[in-house]
Design a protein around this ligand. Structure first.
Ligand SMILES: Cc1cc2nc3c(=O)[nH]c(=O)nc-3n(C[C@H](O)[C@H](O)[C@H](O)COP(=O)(O)OP(=O)(O)OC[C@H]3O[C@@H](n4cnc5c(N)ncnc54)[C@H](O)[C@@H]3O)c2cc1C
Length: 418
């Protein structure tokens, strides 16, 4: 069914390196020299090439494995290898550190394209790029960047370890402690819900070095699996089942003080900052998911004949399909707008929260409707449509629940109007 192609034919690396999308994007995309503003979803030539290339990788390499990975609740190592080969695991990382040196929007486009085919593969790439790589890039020392970024770009998967059994939305109430002994810190505690952690080699762990200071004691540590990180439990989930989500226990985990990222007590700032960015990535995952479900179900409605005509020709169906297409377009514009504001150096926290909130709602409503449009077959695993709906639920939970996004948006409104 899928044309056999070699990996080298579809690699993103050559053109990303040749023409980093971020440079072309910021100078020519949003505001051209003649002062004309482009539409939000206008992509530069480089971005279009990247989009086409990720789309091809997703359709030809990921798609054949989606159902099996979902059923097995396991990511195929070949997919992770393929993501590295495509240059998708260091999208914004400087070329000197083995990355593609591209833009944040390039990462958003890649996450969206992957999610059209498999939201599990998408979130693996998203967490690795928008959280882990970003923290090293923005807050790591030169030595830390030299040591970790090439590994993250070339072969070692990253995890972001903030949530704990007793601290989710209230993340900074975390209980994991780090005690300084000589040149090392000894970390004790437990992390829960950690994406990528089953396969990861590099972990960013948030621990409190001085609980008397409250959240100002929270510090970010870079640790590697060989330091003794153990998986306590791998979750069985409703959706994104190929994406690993584990509980990690740290029992006297020894991490050198040299592995503190951004300084002692800076962990909460680092986490807030990168999660604001990360939310745009989740919004991209959700719009990709919604589009993927739409693309699978809509053609079926023009083939399936009932009452002597394709079911998609009934007005009752046409209006639902039109509503869904409009919702996806609206969510996409919110997401691209948040990404562009971030690249332009403008405030984007409110916009990112709005994008994630709306995109996760749209993902759930469109994928739910897509099942209904396909009728009984939509409810079976065969079509893959029901998987999008299962996968969509997570959009309202991770990187801040929908209530937390609403809280963020409300804070901005209150500030603006009172
Ligand atoms: C599949 C998956 C992957 C994840 N990956 C990661 C990861 O890689 N790294 C990581 O650190 N974490 C990760 N998480 C954790 C995720 O970020 C948390 O689950 C999320 O922040 C919510 O926390 P909680 O589950 O403890 O829910 P709770 O915080 O207990 O929330 C329960 C309910 O209460 C509501 N609520 C809480 N506080 C308020 C409030 N102030 N106002 C109104 N309503 C409120 C919430 O909206 C929610 O509806 C992941 C979670 C899942 C399920």
């Amino acid at each position: 069914m899928f044309r056999a192609i070699s990996r080298s034919q579809i690699s993103l690396r050559p053109f990303i390196r040749r023409a980093p999308a971020c440079r072309a994007f910021s100078s020519s995309h949003v505001s051209r020299s003649d002062g004309i503003l482009n539409s939000l979803d206008t992509l530069t030539e480089e971005e279009q090439l990247l989009q086409e290339s990720v789309r091809r990788f997703a359709n030809e390499v990921v798609a054949p494995k989606v159902r099996e990975m979902d059923e097995n609740e396991m990511m195929d190592p070949e997919i992770i290898k393929g993501l590295y080969e495509q240059g998708l695991m260091g999208i914004e990382t400087p070329a000197d550190y083995g990355g593609a040196e591209s833009s944040f929007t390039a990462a958003i486009i890649a996450i969206e394209e992957l999610a059209k085919v498999d939201p599990s593969v998408s979130v693996l790439c998203d967490v690795h790029n928008t959280l882990v790589n970003t923290i090293f890039r923005k807050h790591g020392t030169k030595e830390q960047q030299e040591k970790f970024l090439p590994l993250l770009s070339e072969s070692k998967l990253g995890s972001f370890c903030l949530s704990e059994p007793a601290s989710g939305s209230d993340a900074f109430a975390l209980k994991t402690r780090a005690e300084k002994i000589g040149d090392d810190y000894i970390i004790n505690g437990s992390k829960m819900w950690i994406t990528n952690s089953y396969e990861a080699e590099i972990f960013l762990i948030f621990a409190n070095v001085d609980p008397s200071k409250g959240y100002k004691g929270i510090t970010c540590f870079a640790a590697t699996r060989d330091m003794g990180i153990q998986i306590a439990k791998k979750e069985q989930k409703l959706g994104i089942r190929a994406s690993s989500t584990c509980t990690l226990n740290f029992d006297d985990l020894k991490v050198p003080a040299a592995n503190i990222i951004g300084g002692v007590g800076q962990g909460y700032k680092i986490a807030i900052e990168c999660l604001n960015e990360g939310r745009i990535g989740i919004a991209a995952q959700m719009i990709g998911l919604a589009q993927g479900a739409f693309d699978k179900a809509v053609p079926y409605t023009y083939q399936r004949v009932q009452f002597g005509q394709p079911v998609g020709h009934f007005q009752g169906m046409q209006f639902q399909i039109a509503d869904a297409a409009t919702d996806i377009a609206a969510a996409r514009l919110l997401t691209y707008n948040a990404a562009r504001r971030k690249e332009e150096g403008k405030s984007f926290t409110k916009e990112a929260a709005m994008a994630k909130l709306v995109a996760s709602r749209v993902a759930q409503s469109v994928s739910g409707a897509a099942i209904e449009w396909a009728g009984g077959v939509g409810f079976t695993r065969e079509t893959g449509i029901e998987k999008y709906w299962r996968d969509s639920k997570i959009g309202a939970i991770y990187e801040g629940t929908s209530n937390i996004q609403l809280q963020t948006i409300a804070k901005f409104i209150q500030k603006e109007y009172s």
